[in-house]
Design a protein around this ligand. Structure first.
Ligand code: GDP
Ligand code: IMO
Ligand code: MG
Length: 429
């Protein structure tokens, strides 16, 4: 059996990756983030407690596990310190088990400023305003600042001055550059001292772990439809969210990424702007939003709600290389009659069964639906697949057959224990 498992979202994020990663962390030694940053919000609920993690892998909540923030992640040092402090206040020490790549780029105050400026300047796509896009832009433009640079005061100063020059025209629209510079250096020494002990050659650590056949769990942020290449461009995040991103973003050979668990909700949600063919408004959408508590973990924004979309999912599973699926939030759909699933799109007289790359066509498609009677009753205490009502099983099995990928986990509640594992071997449990 493979020693790695990559957990990735196959919709527009917030599929429940945090819950599933935390559950599977018990059987893993390493849990690794490889892209994105604190735009992610991963919720974990167990033992009557709730945690929201943004940067630190969800496995940190399991004692003894080692957590890695890989080179492909963009790290806001302030946000990381906040999160480590939050964990420590709640009795979870990260000492000796959190490792951050020196090659990860840092998010600095001017990245956040640029993100906000653009969001408010009419070019917004509904970002999380955490500076993610501008930080990746600097990385690609080769003016980015990495953790290793952040740790060297002279290098850091010189690089900040350089980047502020390049971005001066845009930044100075909001406040004088000297104020921005002062903001960058506010508390710098203490942040540098905070970061230093966590910095380690993470690619090497993971390669050695894999040599020793230790289990490594990759925790994706966002979802395939927010992937920079395959998502609904330009309404996407600025990294490769698909499982393949883990090779470049953690420095592990692509050959290790052969066991991919795609996480999908039993319906669809999206936050931020952009096309969403199966989006619903009205009482059914409001009911699902309220039952599923569909408000953003990072920004608190109400999530847009829609039916499941097989055209979208087939693309996501294909580009993620998903070998299995976890379906979450099936419990939220109880008492929704009928349940609808989009099986194709109509574009004028044409029928589409694959997601169109055109940024205009995707707004014009009309979903073609298949309906299911649905199910009633509280399913959140079901622990065996056979405990589920027939209407729920029919829904799961029909989707599984259509997608051609086994649904190995069905999640029926927020808590770690509210989970039905259909194939324990595939998911290490
Ligand atoms: P992530 O970003 O993919 O980790 O997902 P989020 O944590 O942002 O959003 C998922 C939300 O659904 C969180 O509040 C989870 O606690 C919750 N959740 C996960 N799985 C289930 C489930 O099976 N049923 C219910 N009712 N809630 C779930
Ligand atoms: P998790 O890991 C849902 C969305 C934003 C916006 C777009 C770009 O919790 O699933 P960004 O700040 O990344 O530049 O915003 O991506 N977005 C997410 N949506 N879940 C997330 O993460 C997201 N991270 C970013 O809403 O539409
Ligand atoms: Mg989330």
């Amino acid at each position: 059996m493979s020693k790695t498992l990559s957990v990735v979202g196959v919709q527009w994020g917030d599929e429940g990756k945090g819950k599933i990663v935390h559950l599977l962390s018990r059987k893993s030694k390493w849990i690794v983030r490889y892209q994105g940053g604190n735009n992610a919000g991963h919720t974990v609920v167990f033992g009557g407690k709730k945690y929201a993690l943004h940067l630190v892998p969800s496995g940190i909540l399991v004692p003894g596990k080692k957590a890695v923030i890989g080179n492909g992640v963009v790290v806001d040092p302030n946000a990381l310190r906040e999160e480590v402090r939050m964990l420590s206040r709640r009795g979870i020490s990260v000492k000796g088990r959190l490792f951050v790549s020196p090659l990860a780029h840092v998010i600095l105050p001017y990245h956040i400023l640029l993100d906000v400026l653009r969001e408010e300047g009419g070019r917004g796509i509904g970002t999380t305003r955490r500076g993610i896009g501008p930080c990746y832009e600097d990385k690609v433009a080769r003016i980015g600042i990495r953790i290793v640079d952040f740790l060297e005061p002279d290098t850091f100063k010189a690089l900040v001055d350089k980047v502020l020059k390049v971005r001066e025209a845009e930044l100075s629209r909001s406040m004088p550059i000297r104020k921005i510079r002062a903001e960058v250096f506010k508390g710098y020494d203490s942040l540098r001292r905070f970061l230093k002990p966590f910095v380690a050659d993470t690619s090497n650590l993971l390669s050695r772990a894999l040599e020793k056949k230790e289990k490594v769990l990759f925790e994706g942020g966002q979802g395939a439809m927010l992937d920079l290449d395959f998502g609904t461009y330009p309404f996407v995040t600025s990294s490769n969210t698909i499982a393949g991103g883990a090779s470049a973003g953690a420095g592990v050979g692509a050959g290790h990424l052969n066991n991919v668990l795609g996480i999908m909700k039993a319906y669809t949600t999206r936050v931020g702007r952009g096309p969403f063919p199966t989006e619903k408004f009205g009482t059914v959408a409001d009911y699902i939003r309220s039952e599923g508590k569909e408000y953003g973990t990072t920004t608190g924004r109400p999530r847009r709600i829609g039916w499941l979309d097989l055209v979208q999912l087939k693309l996501a599973l294909q580009v993620s290389g998903a070998t299995q699926i976890a379906m979450t939030k099936l419990d939220t759909l109880t008492r929704v009659h009928p349940l609808k699933v989009c099986v194709a799109y109509k574009l004028g007289k044409k029928k589409l069964t694959s997601y169109p790359p055109s940024r205009s066509a995707i707004y014009d498609v009309e979903p073609v639906y298949t309906s299911f009677p649905g199910f009633s009753g509280d399913i959140s205490s079901c622990r065996k697949y056979s405990d589920l009502p027939k209407g729920a099983r029919d829904y799961v099995q029909w989707i599984e057959a259509e997608l051609g990928v086994p649904i190995t986990i069905v999640s029926v509640g927020q808590d770690r224990d509210q989970t039905i594992v259909r194939n324990k071997k595939a998911v290490w449990l």
